[in-house]
Design a protein. Sequence first.
Length: 381
Amino acid sequence: MDMAEADQAPTIPQILARDALDRLIQILIEREYEVIGPRLRSGAIIYDEIESADQLPIGWQDEQSEGRYRLRKRQDDAVFGFAVGPDSWKKYLRPPKQVLWAARKNEGEIEFEPPAPSKKLAFLGVKPCEVAAIRTLDKVLLGGRYPDPNYAKTRQTALIIAVNCNDPAETCFCTSMQTGPTVESSYDVALTEILNNEGHYFTARSGSPIGASIIEALELKPASDEQCVEEQKRFEEAEAKIDRKLATDGLQQRLAANPNDRAWAEIADRCLSCTNCTQVCPTCFCTSVEDHTSLDGSKTERVQVWDSCFTGRFAELSGGQVRETTSSRYRQWMTHKLSTWIDQFGMSGCVGCGRCISWCPVGIDITKEAARVGVEVEAAP
Ligand code: SF4
Ligand code: SF4
């Protein structure tokens, strides 16, 4: 979606039959988008290119808890009946590896290679917390002090087809972060999947002129009163399913005021400094730059790669290492997400997707750990 077109008022829903989902994908392809959507791979739901609706994870659901992610077959053929997997849209907007420039030596002359052309991407199946994560990245990488031109290039033409959550995972806490389970803005089209005795269909709302033109091309019919009631029922049921909470009242100040709390050392006893939490997080944006030169010296390239505040080298400055211990690295990560991010960007750095909980190999749960920093522990009797 064009950022200038964000936050349009939602339209009256139209009805997209389940069988017409493939037509939506074909329209996007005809409009020269590379369509990226959820797919099954290696026992997880990941994001990759799709060319037809058959490639979506039909009839699969994820089960998640601290340090655990599994897929199971559903009793129905829901297309988007899962929460979120290890991938996020960050993979496309700020890729794990991006060549910043490359040059070759040609008969003694240095020739710079032209940058790779950027693709027009359509993201299909963006969950509400992920729409919020893209909004967060926009704030940092488009509106911050150091805008990223590569991010801007991909983001400006990216189309967002959001899908409201019907089946949040046990690890989701978007209601605490006000980012879900229903999307409210910053999308081009928002779908809600409805599967009941009456049939299998989606309500579709446009959130931008491009979204409206896609819905128009699909020649849909407006939802009936009963279908609007069904849609509303899905919104309420999804919200009621989310039990996990992050208590955000006073959290920003409490974390900032307790850099020496004993909770940090206790977390560090379990934390492996493995970086999983930062890699799966849809808003962690830190990178490093590496220079690669061919052995014969004829080619060189500068590459931006994902990095993490959990690695030793990330905190190496000219005077030495500024975060030597795991406790200081975990503290940096959590206080940035939930406290100093708000100072910097006026919003939380966490959207409540729960990925860092499921993919932490030792099951460290940001909601539980944040709740105990700076809180007096009663002595045992
Ligand atoms: S900190 Fe964890 S829950 Fe929050 S956005 Fe990142 S991965 Fe999701
Ligand atoms: S909190 Fe968990 S996922 Fe993150 S670095 Fe520590 S062990 Fe790895």
